[in-house]
Ligand binder design. Structure first.
Ligand code: DGT
Ligand code: CA
Ligand code: CA
Ligand code: ZN
Length: 585
């Protein structure tokens, strides 16, 4: 971790302890803000400590914070942090991750029922000892149980946004090792799945010993789980396992195809190979000579194809199938029939239609957001801050919104080459009504309606709620439709087909929120929407500059849903997009 990241974590922890011990909101917020600023800072803070003024010049870093940063850079630790951490059991930090469980409630459970971690919380829930505590109604306790079950069920899998940068860093590093020929990540990561069980890396090299050695001794490796001539496995400090397989260079394509999977896709391909009197395995596609005892490669039989994936698909009389499609969801028959989708690509995205500024909970000024969008080559950027009910996100009252609209239009009038839309991410209440009145919504260029609270609603109610928002004549996009947080919160479970039908009927786009914690809609939902002909939007929901990079995860999810560019509003030209938006005004 860089010192920025380490310091950000320290300030987050301090904010958490302050909250748990009932410090005033101002102190809590100041620490949380410092943490966010440090996390997003692109300059290494350790280069700024010689002159404290450089630190305090950063918005969100006051004198006290600057002093502690200097203390940290000089001594490697912060005394206040150590003292604060000693005040609470560390297990309480895990409890803060449970959705619906806030610090005040945790404090009560800790002080009055001896809850100090997940285990004691589970025991207290089972024993019913929390039922008489203030603020802990039966509904809340039930929700806490459900959240804990969901987290337990999903543990062990890593979100793609964590796994992919790790894999890329490993590959960059192994590319430096002498003798390396080819290297790629395979498995669920290459297929762009939302969570990754383990990272699979394939390499070919003239120096296998050196490569394995470099792999096992990389920074971040905490355990070597196995190490043979062709396969090594390690665990990283991030908690994820990485397998490295060293394969023969002339058969790299066959290995890549095999280890990319999915297992079910491989089964289908092998069946096809057999029908064509061939045999397919991780070493190549071979002629079937009737000898089923010894594998062909072991008998020195020459492969029909092995070098590249394309060669193998071609020999199987198929076009190359993109990894994102290899889930045995009809891709082989589509390939056979010549009707594979022409999948959307990241370079085709020309607008961002869901982004936040400092007016609510973003880090951008309007100008900075515009600059960022311009630098990504977009022709349109929508400013969509939170609405009034989202108090924790500093949502805008009607008065503040009206001022904000003017400020957005004013900022827009000063820049050339990009269209700035004044919008809102308006909260959808539990009953399906929206957080602003229609006359207010009508003043906006674009309305993204999203659910943020009441996310443990019954499916039937959730469907009614979301269909109401989709059908609202002033709404353009349904934002993160289920509100799920991967590995953390299940979110709503509406009837997706009903949402899609309403979206088609009312010409509303369904969002694929590209934030890798969300990926909402998910791949299978996208597929259903694509089939039914509904419009989709791929938005990053940017709060900070690096969020724009998460577009990549949204694209992977879209491709896993077979999405083509023309069905995604973010690929449209400025004039086509503008026409579509104006149809609801
Ligand atoms: P994960 O790691 O759980 O997210 O999912 P994958 O798909 O990466 O699965 P993993 O790591 O167990 O194996 C990587 C690929 O290797 C898998 O997608 C297909 C291939 N593979 C592994 N074991 C088998 C097997 O027993 N049969 C077949 N046909 N393929 C296998
Ligand atoms: Ca894997
Ligand atoms: Ca694996
Ligand atoms: Zn948002």
């Amino acid at each position: 971790m860089s010192s920025n990241a380490e310091l950000a974590k320290i300030f987050y922890d301090m904010a958490a302890v302050l909250e748990l011990t009932g410090a005033n909101a101002f102190r809590v917020n100041a620490h949380a803000k410092a943490a966010r600023v440090l996390k997003d800072l692109t300059t290494d803070v350790s280069t700024l400590v010689d002159d404290p003024k450089q630190l305090t010049a950063i918005d969100g870093i006051g004198k006290g914070t600057a002093e502690r940063i200097i203390e940290y850079v000089e001594t490697g630790t912060i005394a206040d942090h150590r003292q604060l951490m000693a005040k609470v059991p560390t297990g309480l930090f895990d409890l803060m991750q449970i959705p619906g469980l806030g610090p005040r409630t945790i404090k009560t459970m800790w002080e009055q029922a001896g809850v100090t971690n997940m285990t004691t919380l589970r025991a207290a829930l089972d024993a019913g000892t929390l039922e008489d505590l203030p603020r802990l109604g039966p509904k809340l306790l039930e929700n806490i149980k459900a959240s804990m079950d969901f987290v337990a069920k999903s543990s062990g899998r890593t979100r793609i946004g964590t796994a992919l940068p790790l894999a890329e860093a490993i590959i960059t590093q192994l590319k430096q090792v002498k003798g390396l020929k080819q290297i790629e990540y395979a498995g669920s990561l290459r297929r762009g799945a939302e969570t990754i069980g383990d990272i699979d890396i394939l390499a070919s090299t003239t120096q296998p010993k050196q490569l394995s050695e470099a792999f096992r001794t990389m920074p971040g490796v905490t355990d070597v789980l196995g190490s043979g001539e062709t396969k090594s496995s390690v665990r990283l400090d991030a908690g994820i396992q990485v397998d490295l397989r060293i394969v023969d260079d002339p058969a790299f394509g066959a290995a890549l195809l095999y280890f990319t999977g999915s297992k079910q896709h491989n089964v289908r391909l092998r069946e096809r190979a057999i029908r064509m009197k061939h045999r397919l395995n991780e070493y190549g596609l071979f002629p079937n000579d009737g000898d089923s005892k010894t594998p062909p490669q072991a008998r020195g039989v020459n492969a029909v194809a092995a070098k590249t994936e394309k060669d193998i698909f071609k020999a199987l009389k198929l076009p190359w199938i993109a990894p994102e499609l290899r889930e045995d969801r009809g891709e082989i028959s589509a390939a056979d029939d010549g009707v594979l989708p022409k999948l959307i690509e990241e370079s085709q995205i020309k607008s961002e239609l869901h982004a936040h500024t400092i007016a609510s909970d973003g880090n951008f000024t309007i100008e900075a957001l515009i600059e960022q969008a311009k630098s990504r080559g977009f022709h349109t950027i929508a400013v969509t801050d939170h609405s009034k009910s989202s108090a924790q996100a500093n949502g805008l009252s009607v008065d503040r919104l009206l001022e904000h609209i003017d400020a957005i239009h004013e900022a827009g009038s000063k820049v050339k080459g990009i269209t700035i839309l004044a919008g809102s991410e308006v909260d959808i209440h539990a009953d399906g009504s929206l957080d602003y009145e229609d006359d207010v919504l009508a003043k906006l260029d674009i309305v993204v309606a999203s659910p943020h609270a009441s996310l443990q609603q019954e499916p039937a109610k959730a469907t009614k709620r979301l269909v109401a928002a989709i059908s609202h004549p002033l709404v353009h996009i349904l934002g993160h439709p289920t509100g799920r947080i991967i590995n953390r919160r299940e979110g709503l479970s509406p009837d997706i087909d009903a949402l899609i039908a309403a979206a088609v009927e009312h010409d509303t786009a369904l969002e694929i929120n590209a934030n890798f914690m969300r990926l909402d809609l998910r791949d299978t939902h996208v597929r259903a929407a694509v089939k039914a002909g509904s419009l989709l939007a791929i938005n990053t929901d940017a709060h900070t500059a690096s969020d724009f990079d998460s577009l990549h995860y949204g694209i992977l999810t879209a491709r896993r849903g077979w999405l083509e560019a023309n069905q995604c509003v973010n690929t449209w030209s400025a004039s086509k997009l503008s026409k579509w938006l104006k149809r609801k005004r």
